[in-house]
Design a protein around this ligand. Sequence first.
Ligand SMILES: [Zn+2]
Length: 512
Amino acid sequence: MKYWSLFLALLLPVAGLAQTKKFRVAIGGFMHESNSFNPAHTTLNDFRVQEGGAELLDLWSKSSSEVSGFVEGGRRQGLELVPTLSTGATPKGPLTKETYENIVGRLQQRIREAGKIDGLLLALHGAMVVDGIPHGDEETVRRLRAQLGAGFPIIVTHDFHANVSPEIVRLSSVLITYKQNPHLDTKDRGIQAATIMARMLRGEVKPVQTVVKPAMVYNIIFQNTYAEPLLPITNESIALEKNPKVLAVSVSGGYQYADVPFMGPSVVVVTDNDRDLGEREAKRLSDKLWANRDQIVLRLPDPAQAVQQAMAETKFPVTLMDTGDNIGGGSAGDSTFILDELVKQKATGWVVTIWDRAAVKAAVAAGIGGTFEMAVGGKTDNMHGKPVRVKGTVKSLHDGRYLETAIRHGGGRYHNQGLTAVIEVEGSTMDVKNLLVLNTERSTPNSLHQIVSLGIYPERQRILVAKGTIAPRAAYEPVSAKIIPVDSPGATAVNPARFKFQHVRDKLWGLE
Ligand SMILES: [Zn+2]
């Protein structure tokens, strides 16, 4: 009897522990979309790094990113979350080797310091290029796999614009990309990743994954997942996840400005230990992307034609997408091709944003109400037009910080375009204004508050110019009578014929 009591006394706490065991899962992120054709390298100064303790979880939980989804999903699943390091930078040229080594080293160190962990949730972009390392994210997972060991659960999320390599699929336990472009499902994907992690750790599922890549470039201009011809494929990827054997289905468009071996779209299917099912479905969806070829042929107006078209419209505002200077795709942010046409063709009621620190300085020196006359933009490189001379008055000056409370592309909440000046350009009347926004930080037009916070009423303007391709649609569609994508030159020109590719796979449809 005595021995039995002792046995039970020893056994019960162990059984109780097994029931309520809290799995410890580390969270990290290292995001960059690197444009091989942008000569300006991305360096440490470009990254905003958040690292530290538990206080980060509350900060991260406030936005709508995948990291915020890791936190929410992890909490729902009763995981003990350990923040490590999360960082990102606005897209630009490839990272210097030194920058990459610094950040990846710190991430590895933070994970070591996290102590005993059961899993890792990792947000990577999927299109990071480093000097000498074509697939930066693959290299990151390779190092973490070596650090954490074979079989250790590593779940990776990627942007929709990921160039997924077969090797990163082999190295990670689960890989999930955003389904939507504009990226409005970032948080959902984070929650999905955390949920699969919890189920894996509880031994409920055994993920296996397959990637299939069609031999094509799926041009960025057709990567709107809310419109034909991509919409039905996106819907199928969502429907497939209703099958209990299917854990995640990712159809990603790829990022055509990275000149790397696995550039292009991909389909990744993660099943609960059913490799045949995964291979079959990945192949089927990949074939559907391939079958869209005749619907994704490029036919867009150039800047002169686009301005003409916009001026001839009867309903306003018309938004011109400056696809060649897609800041979110890694271009300079100071392209003048469309501004030049607006001025030449004497268009009225327009808003153009240009990244130009010297011009902001001149506006600040002139002061509100002061005269502004200067050649603006086209100063970063030789890909984005020549500086355009502009005459007008300084209408207002701003600190450039703005808040986005709605879910917009990428899920960001706090934005900062730096010290900003609004110039009322000649040709303006009491009713119709030509407004040039000059800012000091390259910032993507993914929130309308970028201009609303400056006192600009987009609905009263005739022509809005957004430096992007698909991402700004979530912000600009609700106020625009029409959106015209423009085949403008630049580091993110949508026409691949404008670039010389050297490292992509042979015979990719859409590159000729
Ligand atoms: Zn993206």
